[in-house]
Design a protein around this ligand. Sequence first.
Ligand code: GLV
Length: 310
Amino acid sequence: MSHILLIYHKDSKLYEEILSKRLPELTIRPASRPEEAIDFIEEAEIILSWKIPDELLKKAKHLKWFASLGAGNEHLIHNPYIPEYVLFTKVTVYGEMMAEYVFAYLLYFARDLSKYFLDQRHKIWEQRRPERLRGKVLGILGLGSVGKEIANRGRQFGMSVLGVKRNPESVENVDQVFSSKDLGKMIPLVDYLINTLPLTTETYHLLGEKEVGLMKEGAILFNIGRGKTVDEKALPRALRSRKIKAILDVFEEEPLSPESELWDMENVIVTPHVSGINLPEEICEEFVKNYERWVKAQPLAGLVERSKGY
Ligand code: GLV
């Protein structure tokens, strides 16, 4: 008997196109609006989605597996329509793409690319001493699938890699792992502080004025996890009083309000939540592997741990 998958996403047809080739035995219902899903929601055993209205979800009476299209699922974690007995997985393939985002900016600054772009415009031939990434200290908040990929690349660039993890066990490619309560001990040591944290009750506003104030002169803060893990009101103050930079991809409210001071600050780069983007080919690859496990009743990869909140 064919299993039934409902894909609820604005690009559901793209996902369907890939998955119908890879999993021809699966019955796939793509939908991007509630009225397209309403006739199929009740029979769906698997839902592939990230944002789905409760009005729909509560009708999913045969749901066995909610395969989220996101890495962070704070908006779904306590959803009563995804009860404990329903398997709940997250995407774990964003790490590589998000590491590329981080290193794009690290190299951009280290090699002074903005100055060379300008020099070219003005036909200026002037060599500047580059900074090296080798020997720099990378500090990663959160050593999940994203943090680990960043650590791995940091190691390849010859950096020292430090990290903060709720349970501070050792992690491959990380020289020293700190517990969350020792965050303040790690921050002053790092040249680049990369926040990949998910939003939970424990991570809400974890980085405030005090923590940002502990950063070394010249250090760079990245936020690619969740906006609400940083106290965004305190951030402009901290960034004005310190010689540090911030590369911000996520915000407390998205899109970032045109009123926010962050847009205009010279030491801030704002990007519109793009460090990890849903690429259907990559996400389907992970889904297919998990589906093959699911039909054999094997444990799924990327299970959300509801008690931890991510
Ligand atoms: C996007 O931010 C995600 O968590 O997948």
